[in-house]
Design a protein around this ligand. Structure first.
Ligand code: DQA
Length: 149
């Protein structure tokens, strides 16, 4: 089983970016944790980061070798019809994740354009959101294989 993980814009700055909101772990550190967990769960993962909406759309369009997708669309969560439509088009089971609890923050973050096309959303657990997201992505892909989702 192969799972695609996409980090959206500005997440390459984790560790230096608004540490009071996003914590002090860098993206490399989070990716290391994800790789460790993938090993434990005996799944393969590919990890991509992009600051560009069109590149994220391209990655999603090419996601057919993957069983499921974990995505932190970051700021595009609240604006991107293109990313939403790409997920809907390829019908990849998707877990939307956020480090911060977007519902506790500014009102413009309360609306996710991605949630209606995601299997589910995990928000507010810091780096643990990614690990919970990977576990969820394995679970939905396993159930889809068995035809029980
Ligand atoms: C975020 C929340 C978004 O509102 C914000 O634009 C981000 C990160 C999160 O992980 O908490 O860049 O997706």
């Amino acid at each position: 089983m192969k799972i695609l993980i996409i980090h959206g814009p500005n997440l390459n700055l984790l560790g230096r970016r608004e540490a009071d909101v996003y914590g002090t772990r860098t993206l490399d550190e989070i990716n290391k944790l994800l790789k460790q967990l993938a090993k434990e769960l005996k799944v393969e993962i590919d990890i991509k980061q992009s600051n560009h909406e069109g590149q994220i759309v391209d990655l999603i369009q090419k996601s057919n070798p993957y069983s499921s997708l974990v995505i932190n669309p970051a700021a595009y969560t609240h604006t991107s019809v293109a990313i939403r439509d790409a997920i809907a088009a390829v019908e990849i089971p998707t877990v939307e994740i956020h480090l911060s609890n977007i519902y506790k923050r500014e009102e413009f973050r309360h609306k996710s354009l991605i949630s209606p096309v995601a299997y589910g959303q995990i928000s507010g657990f810091g780096p643990e959101s990614y690990l919970l997201g990977l576990r969820a992505a394995v679970s939905i892909a396993t159930n889809a294989k068995k035809g029980t989702s």
